[in-house]
Design a binder for this molecule. Structure first.
Ligand code: 13P
Length: 252
C-alpha cells in the first residue's frame, strides 16, 4: 500500500470575513514546499468559497466546504447548497457531520452518510466527523459510540473519503485526549473501516481534531495512525496554521 499523504485541514466555522481571505495567500507563502508532501485545505463559510478559490489560484492550498445538502441533484431545497454547486465553484472537499451540526442541527448518522454520498457523487472528498461527548467518555462508551458513528456515517458507494476523529469535549477548549488515547481511537476507527470496506479501508485518511494548535500539533502527528488534523481556531491565522503544518514530520 502506498503511504497515505497527510491532510491538514482548517475549518473556519462561522468566523472570518472577505478581508480575511488574504490569509490563504499568506498561508501558501508560509508553508512553501511543505504543500507538496502534505495536502493543505481551508474550508471557509460557503459564501466565501468562490473568493477563497480565487485567492488559492496558482497555489497548492485546496479549498473545501463545511457542509452540503444530502440531495445530489438540483431540487427545491430553499437555503441548501448542493455538493455539485460546491464542486462547480472549485471546492475539492466538504466536511460532513461535524459535531456542531450533529448537535445544533440534529444531524443523524444516516443524514451524514447521505451528505457524504452526495459529495462523492459530485466529485468532492467528504471528511466525515465522528467523536464522543464528555459524558460518553466518562461512561466508558468511546469505542461503542465512535465505531457505530463510523459504520453508519461512512459513504458506502465507493470513492475517496476521510474520517476525522473529533472528541466533542476537546473542541474549542484547551484539553485533548492523551496521545495514547488518540492512538487507541484511531486504531479502532481503522479496524472498523477495515471490517466495513476490506482492504480499500487502508486508503482512508484518519485525522485528529479538537484543540490542535502550534504547541501540540507536532506530538499529535507522531501518534501512529494519525494522518493529519482538522483544525478550528488555529486555522484562521496563517501564522498559526502554517506553524501546525510545518510541525508535521512530512514537512521537513
Ligand atoms: P478547535 O481546533 O477550535 O478546537 O476546533 C476543532 C474543530 O471543531 C475542527 O473541526
Amino acid at each position: 500500500m502506498a503511504a497515505r499523504k497527510p491532510l491538514i485541514a482548517g475549518n473556519w466555522k462561522m468566523f472570518g470575513r472577505a478581508a480575511d481571505l488574504g490569509e490563504i495567500a499568506a498561508l501558501n507563502r508560509a508553508v512553501g514546499r511543505a504543500s507538496g508532501t502534505i495536502d493543505v485545505l481551508i474550508c471557509p463559510p460557503a459564501v466565501y468559497i468562490p473568493a477563497a478559490v480565487a485567492q488559492a489560484q496558482g497555489t497548492s492550498v485546496l479549498i473545501g466546504a463545511e457542509d452540503c445538502s444530502p440531495i445530489a441533484v438540483d431540487a427545491a431545497r430553499t437555503g441548501e447548497v448542493s455538493a455539485a454547486m460546491l464542486a462547480d465553484v472549485g471546492a475539492k472537499y466538504v466536511i460532513n457531520g461535524h459535531s456542531e451540526r450533529r448537535q445544533n442541527h440534529k444531524e443523524s448518522d444516516d443524514l451524514v452518510r447521505q451528505k457524504a454520498e452526495a459529495a462523492i457523487a459530485s466529485g468532492l472528498i467528504p471528511i466525515v466527523c465522528v467523536g464522543e461527548t464528555q459524558a460518553e467518555r466518562a461512561a466508558g462508551k468511546v469505542a461503542e459510540v465512535v465505531s457505530s458513528q463510523v459504520r453508519a456515517s461512512s459513504p458506502t458507494q465507493g470513492g475517496a473519503f476521510v474520517v476525522a476523529y473529533e472528541p466533542v469535549w476537546a473542541i474549542g477548549g484547551n484539553s485533548t485526549p492523551t496521545l495514547a488515547e488518540i492512538g487507541e481511537v484511531h486504531a479502532l476507527i481503522r479496524e472498523t473501516l477495515t471490517g466495513q470496506f476490506g482492504a480499500s479501508a487502508s486508503e482512508v485518511r484518519i485525522l485528529y481534531g479538537g484543540s490542535v494548535g502550534p504547541k501540540n500539533a507536532g506530538e499529535i502527528f507522531t501518534v501512529p495512525g494519525v494522518d493529519g488534523a482538522l483544525v478550528g481556531r488555529a486555522s484562521l491565522k496563517a501564522s498559526d496554521f502554517s506553524a501546525i503544518i510545518l510541525g508535521h514530520p512530512a514537512a521537513a
